[in-house]
Design a protein around this ligand. Sequence first.
Ligand code: TEU
Ligand code: CA
Length: 553
Amino acid sequence: MLITREQDWWKKAVIYQVYPRSFQDSNGDGIGDIQGLIGRLSYLEKLGIDCIWLSPVCKSPQDDNGYDISDYQNIDPMFGTLEDMEQLFAEAGKHGIGILMDLVLNHSSDEHRWFQEAVKSRENPYHDYYVWRDGVEGEYPNDMRSVFGGPAWQWVPELGQYYFHQFSVKQPDLNWENPKVRREIYDMINWWLDQGVAGFRLDVIDQIAKDPELKVTCNGPRLHEFIRELSRETFQRGHYLTVGEAWGADVERAKLYSAPDGSEFSMVFQFEHICLDQIPGKEKWDLAPLPFLKLKEVMEKWQTELYGCGWNSLFWNNHDLPRIVSRWGNDGIYREESAKMLALLLHGMQGTPFIYQGEELGMTNVRFAPEDYRDIETVNLYRERLEAGYSQESVMESIYAKSRDNARTPMQWDDSENAGFTGGTPWIKVNPNYQEINAAEQMTRETSVWSFYRQLIAFRKRYSVFADGRFTLLCREHPQVFAYIRENESERLLIVCNFFGGRPEWPAECREVCNAGKQQGMKLLLSNYSDSKKERCPEMLRPYEAVMYYSTK
Ligand code: TEU
Ligand code: CA
């Protein structure tokens, strides 16, 4: 149920990310929409989530699936109207669910009226809403590259200038050094606050203070000055959940972003754990195995160093990331066990959990034919790497593993055609495994991934140790087991996860905790195997076995 909007309400909340174009189509055009989402609010209420993070639905030419906004205060017709948004806010409220809008403030669409004015002349009042450099055609101001491939500079012959774009050519970077830009943005945000949003996710917010001369696109010198002004001018008028996407965040910066005084955001999405299976200095497409001991070390660091002085988001998935059960779990015979293990491991930690649509079903990655991919990043990568001489097989292996479209195949509602997502032709193909993996089948099965997530969400609301318990890592050097304790003055959780498919002995360090716990009536709270022992720890762990014990102190 919706948590009342008192201070720090979001510390007990669970958030569900909806990628609207792939969630539920209501009018048969093959694209998800706001009315479709309204029709699925009771599903989300049953799951028990408190807020929806809604990926962008504002007007956009859809060059980057809506992360290229051409009108921040209107809704793209493919998703619906402002009236549909008003209905969503009202209906969601009746289901006890708040709405977080996705603010894309680092760049606009080149079809935004600001940019349409900016390219008219160097003297136009909107010209320096963007980042321009004089130049000679073909001689880029420097060798900076776009995240989506190609130069980060685009020549405008009529002006004899280049504009800067960290993402696609149709996503010109906004110039945050210009106070008029900041004022326009704050006014827009306050308008959305007046509409009744519960908060915001802020897209690549650590890239807004850029200096292309110095090739600085992340953690620029004025970043926290801008964020504090933004927070002061908007969010601090109430108690909102604000989460910044910060690929460049380390713990020290996260302490600023999530300072308890509310001077910046509630929290950030940091990606240190997510990047561990990437080869340093290489692109995400160059695959590497996950260094498991490093994963434990990184997650322990974030849990312990933000304790009492900041706040974590907790996530494995989003619309940019491959699905975790395929990436670090087992999407074969142990798909359900490993999906539940990954969920229990994450949701036992301190922070606000974010569930990405379909994660609660154990949805998997997909292996499409090249022509079936839709994401600009994937399409560009395929072309660029083939042109660079990579074999098609190696390029496709990278795409199967890391394409953002892995997360963007339509939500699998039931085993009817197109998984119940649309009555028309879906904008992107449905994962062929929808007849085995879908919500309808799982909502009535107690042993389903969906039912497991529902229990985890309920426990977070029931036991305060989930929100305030101190984290202690166990079995630090164990090559297969990720185990930890959470405890406050009156409660203790013991979480033990076999991260792999082997059968390790129950670790001695965990046995000590179990034995001590027995005196305190430790009981099994949750397991991903239906026959796990209730009162005592097992002798060994089965493939991907994950258990959560609870005791009072
Ligand atoms: O993503 C930021 C971003 O850099 C990601 O695109 C990431 O670098 C990439 O996916 C790694 O493969 C945000 C949005 O989440 C993303 O969907 C947008 O494409 C991007 O910003 C531009 O708005
Ligand atoms: Ca539609």
